[in-house]
Design a protein around this ligand. Structure first.
Ligand code: MN
Length: 191
């Protein structure tokens, strides 16, 4: 069965002014959609892949198949890492775990922003559960925490296509804006 592009969990203009409807139009409607199309192309040409879940493909594939499968997974996770009216201080269990692993929310925020802003070229910044603790990691290109045995909790896409329409080359401004959208309920649900 073919993979489908998941609907955005909010309207295209719902993240404005932090992320514009135009960005989501392209990022979801063109970029994410292209990864789904490419993935279906691979799967349709290789009977051994039939029936595998998206997560299976991310965990077990390599090369262009991995790149497209992981980009489909990563983008869906990214949409859910944000919500209209999000941001602010974390709540619930994730707040307790952030304090335990990073000392404070502000220390975590500083670390995550530094990793997201400083990542060289295309990739992703992640808050992950690694064993009992939380960690901030970055992955290159389509890289996924799933292949490292880590549980993703939040992600920020730092490919240029995520911010160039709204912020041009100013990735730091995009990362700062991302904090106004963070979906703590989503992070809590992954624990
Ligand atoms: Mn992207």
């Amino acid at each position: 069965m073919a993979f489908t592009l998941p609907e955005l969990p909010y309207a295209k203009d719902a993240l404005s002014p932090h992320i514009s409807a135009e960005t989501l139009e392209f990022h979801h409607g063109k970029h994410h959609n292209a990864y789904v199309t490419n993935l279906n192309d691979f799967v349709s040409k290789d009977a051994s892949l039939a029936g595998k879940s998206l997560e299976d493909l991310v965990r077990t594939s390599s090369g262009p198949l991995f790149n497209n499968a992981a980009q489909v997974w990563n983008h869906t996770f990214y949409w859910h890492s944000m919500r209209p009216g999000g941001g602010g201080e974390p709540t619930g269990e994730i707040a307790r775990r952030i304090d335990a692993s990073f000392g404070s929310f502000s220390a975590f925020k500083e670390k995550f922003s530094a990793v997201a802003t400083g990542h060289f070229a295309s990739g992703w910044a992640w808050l992950v559960k690694d064993g009992e603790g939380l960690a901030v990691i970055d992955t290159h290109d389509a890289g996924s925490p799933l292949t490292q045995g880590k549980t993703p909790l939040l992600t920020c896409d730092v490919w240029e296509h995520a911010y160039y329409v709204d912020y041009r080359n100013a990735r730091a401004k995009y990362v700062e804006a991302w904090w106004n959208l963070v979906n703590w309920d989503h992070a809590n649900a992954q624990l």
